[in-house]
Design a protein around this ligand. Structure first.
Ligand SMILES: [Zn+2]
Length: 207
């Protein structure tokens, strides 16, 4: 069973969104081509889904600016602009994403007291979303992951997939992903590779 995990392809992470990733929208046609390729038995999409008072927002910390390091739940926390607030357009999937073929939407980041980069668990590592059990129940043997942003939610989702799904071949689809900084992307790719993840492009899948 082959599965595709689309991480956070939401308006908030595309140009015009509250936490826009440069070129974020460029991955939408690639993601659609992967979905339409017929190579996947299962398509899962994660969705950052924050309450308006989420603790990862700089606006919730007096004197803190966006993109500066703060603290949340006793852990270092990047202070983000308000983004992907539940029920707002910012939290919706990109309008061009072919979401009719998505089998499961995995929401995350609903607890205001902890951030959740990974589609599998929160950043404190305590609360699992249940996605690992879902993929295990479906007997997934191969998982390709892409989306936004490479240096945060994609990386942590990929690395958790490796940890939670032993025996499953996990691949990162680089051209179907965009990251926030060049340095962060390079670090993420090196870290994923070190954990045994294959880094591929969509052409490798659709050839
Ligand atoms: Zn978020």
């Amino acid at each position: 069973m082959k599965a595709l995990l689309l991480v956070d392809i939401q308006n908030g992470f595309c140009p015009g969104g509250n936490l826009a990733v440069e070129g974020g929208h460029e991955i939408v046609p690639i993601a659609n081509a992967l979905i339409a390729s017929g190579r996947y038995d299962l398509v899962v999409a994660s969705q950052d889904w924050h309450p308006a008072n989420h603790g990862s927002f700089a606006s919730q910390h007096e004197g803190k600016n966006v993109f500066e390091l703060g603290e949340l739940g006793g852990q270092p926390q990047m202070m983000w602009p308000d983004h992907c607030v539940q029920g707002t357009a910012d939290a919706e999937f990109h309008p061009d994403l072919d979401n009719a073929k998505i089998d499961l939407v995995q929401r995350k980041g609903e607890n205001p007291l902890v951030d959740s980069y990974s589609a599998f668990r929160d950043n404190a590592g305590d609360a699992l979303t249940g996605l690992d059990g879902y993929l295990r129940d479906k007997r997934v043997t191969e998982l390709d992951v892409c989306g936004l942003a490479t240096d945060y939610c994609v990386r942590f989702s990929v690395e958790d997939a490796v940890e939670f799904l032993p025996g499953v071949k996990v691949r990162f689809v680089e051209d179907a992903s965009r990251g926030i900084t060049a340095e962060g992307i390079a670090q993420a790719i090196a870290s994923m590779r070190a954990k045994g993840v294959d880094v591929i492009n969509s052409a490798d899948i659709m050839r």
